[in-house]
Design a protein around this ligand. Sequence first.
Ligand code: ZN
Length: 440
Amino acid sequence: MNEKKDILNLLDFIRQSPTAYHAIETAARCLERFTHLEEHEPWHLKAGGRYYVTRNQSSIIAFVMPEDTFSHFQIVASHSDSPMFRIKEHPEMGDKGHYVRLDVEGYGGMIMSSWMDRPLSVAGRLVVKTPQGVESRLVDAGRDLVLIPNVAIHMNREVNEGFKFQAHVDTMPLWGTGGTEGTFLDVMAEAAGVKQEDILGHDLYVYNRMPGTVWGGKNEFFSAPRIDNLECAYSSLQALLQSKPGNQVNVCAIFDNEEVGSESRQGAASTFLSDVLNRILLARGMTGEDAMRAVTSSVMVSADNAHATHPNHPEYADPYNQVFMNEGIVIKFSARQKYTTDGLSEAVFTEVCRQAGVPVQHFANRSDMPGGSTLGRISGSQVSILSVDIGLAQLAMHSSYETAGVQDLDSMVRGLTAFYQTRVKMLGDGRWALDRQSHA
Ligand code: ZN
């Protein structure tokens, strides 16, 4: 089953990406034939060239230049981060000589119970002293390292009646026994191959290192950490790699900090995307009105996973706009524009998928449930263009171990590849032409 092979590649991508930093490093490895640009250096972009640029090592924008002149950009955006625990600057809490725990703070809205009683590890980056100044080094302890133990049912008889987690009490991972104070940064320094005394700063996170798995009566499902949103990030990279250069600039953007509102220097609300688009235009000599015309006639697909109807709780889904795993790409709608999709962007994306034979389904929250938002609307505040919010149907979003459908990955890769290979050209306000280009 080819679909299973594709899933194993995705599970490998997820395993190599315990934090947003690692996800971007893994993405850059996928883009080995692309030229790595730095934001502080001048850019000389060639027709037909393939490039990528990173910001804060945790967001990446890759793009493919057309062979000829171009009129607009076609962008797929996703995110690199997932809910997890950030380790504080003074990481250790010694408890009367018997235990040492790590002092952590939640990053993003997580399902706390999914982090209990399972082996966890620590990864992120260490910033170390160098002869020139400072340098960041990615680090992954890469072994079972800490665990957050539940309280036994004998001491909390109501645990199954609904348990309220106290962030500063119930979620502190156990690091070691008494006498292990002062060893945490030693272990991380050794894992990174640096000296402990050279560490000047760190961004370290507790992550679930349980391997992904394919399961179900007919192997229909897979489960893994960080499916939201590494599945979409991986799919968009595969689509960019598989598509031929078009008559527009194809852009694949993966942003950090979506889970905490995107308002960082590298998040979707930052200037990263608009800076990169403007520099591409400048490098090709497009300024003034030409540049404004190119940006306003661009199109964005914001790809972030969606909620499949829960098998035990179908009442949480809108009965007439619900979506299921293995039934195709989800197009998301919200009257309050939590998602950017409107009838126009829905029609454009649906037609692109229909021409490629890719199934789509439609999602809206129950009208009395607020639901989530995503980065389409946030980056839309920086670069205001026609956008559609899509994703794949999954269960247990923001659990440390999520579940999705095996067949859907193929739908997403083919749908996004078709988007990159279809020239979506603006003809006027409310009128767009779809011109299917060369096939991969
Ligand atoms: Zn997400």
